[in-house]
Design a protein around this ligand. Structure first.
Ligand SMILES: Cc1cc2nc3c(=O)[nH]c(=O)nc-3n(C[C@H](O)[C@H](O)[C@H](O)COP(=O)(O)OP(=O)(O)OC[C@H]3O[C@@H](n4cnc5c(N)ncnc54)[C@H](O)[C@@H]3O)c2cc1C
Length: 410
């Protein structure tokens, strides 16, 4: 007999779309509403800073256009959920229409952190989160003569690479001593510094941005070190902020993300959260972590769906992400906000290597660069926090399978 239940997903995102797909695949036959404020049906963001921007655009949508109707998923695009009422079990759409739900999933994602430097609101200053942002940036890039990218995190370094590949002069500005320093540390960040330098990016490291200047349109970026960088296109990539406003206003626990347990359930038993917006209890790390990765959005979306259907399956995945910049492709597995040691297998200057981050003598994370079909082993090592002699980690003669296998059967 069909269920009378209604499930509502707020955020027609990757996590939201994967949750809707999983709910139908698992046999949920009640009303299913997927609501998103963007005009697009759900799409993937990773290509926006890579193929899309370097001109090699491809379809980025998560599902075919017909998928939602075929699966009786009510997809409401260009629709903002303006309120959530846990006591009433309702969401309010665009300030007017109300939908009553039995269970709700919040996949509201994150939004770019805004730059506060004077001049940050000049024309020609761009952020990159949505397909619309990417299209605007691409259009601007076709007329630009000099680019400044502010922030050498993942978005900043990928944008720098893509625009450089379009032949534009690019300056990359970051207060860190190397790109990606916060995530990868100095030794591995240096690989990205050298990569960008080799491709002609002007690196301004160890410097923040003091101000932007121009007559209505940006013309110049001034750094805290006093350097004036000419730029008629500026891209800001200084991190993202989880979109917790709806949850916080509804009295749901929020702490740099919607706080959820290992079943992705929030402080209200009928409200779940997944993807970039969720700060989830990870039983392996024994702490709440918030992960802004593509695979996390996919897998948490699916996991939340299963738990909304009444199962109690803990989300224990090892964080995983990837990046492509010029001819460097990499995958990273693990979680290592702090580390004691970095061990390289292979010479990082060769462009093909594996790096391991160790904490307390165990592998916390691993990254394969232009070396493929090994990430599963890195995940196994990181998942088990495997204690492996660093000399064996570094030795290409010791098969990773053997190390990962030993970690799996200590
Ligand atoms: C340019 C770019 C490149 C990336 N590259 C990589 C990569 O190479 N590798 C990797 O692992 N990860 C990458 N990521 C990260 C990855 O894309 C994100 O982790 C993923 O998109 C998160 O998905 P999500 O479903 O949690 O949320 P989001 O993708 O942020 O989607 C949330 C959606 O919810 C909507 N929404 C929010 N509030 C409301 C509301 N009140 N009502 C209705 N709708 C609402 C938003 O409009 C948005 O559409 C990249 C991200 C960006 C921006």
């Amino acid at each position: 007999m069909p269920t009378e239940q209604t499930f509502v997903i707020v955020g027609a995102s990757l996590a939201g779309a994967k949750a809707a797909e999983a709910l139908r695949a698992r046999g949920f036959d009640g009303r299913l509403v997927l609501i998103g404020e963007e005009p697009e049906r759900p799409y993937e963001r990773p290509p926006l800073s890579k193929a899309h921007l370097s001109g090699a655009a491809k379809d980025v949508h998560v599902h075919d256009e017909t998928f939602y109707a075929e699966h009786s998923i009510e997809l409401r695009t260009s629709t903002t959920v303006t309120a959530l009422n846990p006591a009433e079990h309702t969401v309010t759409l665009a300030g007017t229409e109300k939908i009553r739900y039995d269970k709700a999933l919040l996949t509201t994602g994150a939004t770019p952190r805004e730059m506060t430097a004077p001049g940050g609101d000049l024309d020609g200053v761009h952020y990159l989160r949505t397909l619309a942002d990417a299209d605007r940036l691409l259009a601007a890039a076709t007329h630009a003569s000099a680019v400044a990218v502010i922030g050498a995190g993942w978005i900043g370094t990928e944008v720098a690479a893509s625009l450089r590949q379009r032949g534009l002069p690019v300056a990359l500005i970051d207060p860190g001593t190397v790109p990606l320093e916060r995530v990868l540390g100095g030794d591995v960040g240096a690989v990205f510094r050298d990569l960008h330098a080799a491709h002609g990016v002007a690196l301004h490291l160890g410097e923040g941005v003091r101000s932007l200047h121009g007559d209505g349109r940006v013309e110049e970026v001034r750094t805290t070190g006093g350097t004036a960088i000419p730029a008629d296109l500026v891209v800001v990539g200084i991190g993202a902020v989880p979109r917790t406003g709806l949850a916080a206003a509804a009295g749901i626990a929020v702490d740099d993300g919607i706080v959820v347990d290992e079943y992705l359930c929030s402080s209200h038993p009928d409200i779940y959260a997944a993807g970039d917006v969720a700060r989830a209890w990870h039983p392996g790390y024994r702490e709440h972590i918030r992960v802004e990765h593509w695979s996390n959005a996919i897998n948490q979306g699916r996991a939340a769906a299963v738990n909304m259907l009444g199962e109690a399956t803990a989300y224990t995945d090892t964080p995983y992400f990837f990046s492509d910049q010029y001819d460097l492709g990499m995958e990273y597995a693990g979680y290592s906000p702090h580390f004691d040691q970095v061990v390289f297998r292979g010479d990082p200057r060769s462009g093909e290597f594996i790096a391991f981050w160790l904490t307390g003598g165990g592998v916390a994370a691993g990254m394969n660069v232009n070396t493929w079909d090994v990430n599963e082993h890195l995940q196994q090592l990181a998942r088990r926090h495997a204690r492996v002699d660093p000399a064996r980690l570094a030795d290409p003669g010791v098969p990773l399978e053997a190390l990962a296998g030993a970690a799996a059967n200590p």
